[in-house]
Design a protein around this ligand. Sequence first.
Ligand code: C2E
Ligand code: CA
Ligand code: CA
Ligand code: CA
Length: 283
Amino acid sequence: AKRTGGGRHVRFAQAMRERAARRSDIEADLRLALQENQLFVMYQPVVALRADGSTDYSAGVEALVRWQHPVRGVVPPFEFIGIAEECGLIGALGDFVLEQACQDFRGWQRTLGDAAPRLLAVNLSRAQLGQPGWSATVARILTEADVSPHHLQLEVTESLAAQDAQIQQRLHELKALGLTLALDDFGTGYSSLASLHLLPVDTVKIDRSFVSQSESSEHHRVLIEATVKVAQSLGMSTVAEGIETVAQAEVVRALRCDKGQGYLYSKPLTSDALVKWLDEHRT
Ligand code: C2E
Ligand code: CA
Ligand code: CA
Ligand code: CA
């Protein structure tokens, strides 16, 4: 038994070494990626679910970063966002995403007119908010791209939005620019419906885990319904994330979710593919 334990220990140590090596590989590669334009942004449509059963495909999009690695191919964000946060690269990465997304958004307005998305959602990480004066950077990026702040929505997670007074102050500075905030992945963190009123957010994004169980579980439907009601009473709108089936879309529509997002409508698309998609879904 002792020998087995030792073997496990050796294997564990080896796994840790491999993990650390892969991590520092990614870290070094990521620095290069930022300089060599290997990062790019994809966009997933967010649709408005009207009560009359119709769908507005131009409601908005969410910007999602990707990394075209020269050897590994396209690397998904969960493999590098955490590392970027820990090694101090998230500021540059986040600014790149915001800048690219704003420029693309302005381009869609020019080419699509009425069919252009009305809202651009961009994910925010804690380190970006930590930078003093970051709201001035956001203002500059919006001005340079010629995008009006009311089209921009920054997505923050529960753990972030509920943070200390300084973070709250930063969030209010951002809102003062005229943009809006969304609470991402609602239901997965620690904060509850009871503390929703404490957060300076305009929109609540109901996590995919609730939506995916909404067909089979009455419990999850009740939670979605309660979230929508509390959000409405606070003047906040709601988005159901990760809708994959028509049945899920109809459940969240019946529960009065304002918007939906998920593979049922579209996977994340390149800017060009999004233009094509929006053009095909003109209403
Ligand atoms: P998120 O903000 O919750 O983004 C939604 C994720 O769910 C995206 O994964 C999207 O592709 C995926 N998704 C959308 N619809 C469906 C569906 O119907 N079914 C399933 N199974 N998945 C769906 P992605 O692009 O891999 O992003 C993962 C996470 O990485 C994001 O979760 C976000 O937390 C983070 N992330 C992505 N881009 C950025 C960024 O530019 N900055 C920061 N700080 N984080 C980012
Ligand atoms: Ca998000
Ligand atoms: Ca989310
Ligand atoms: Ca998530």
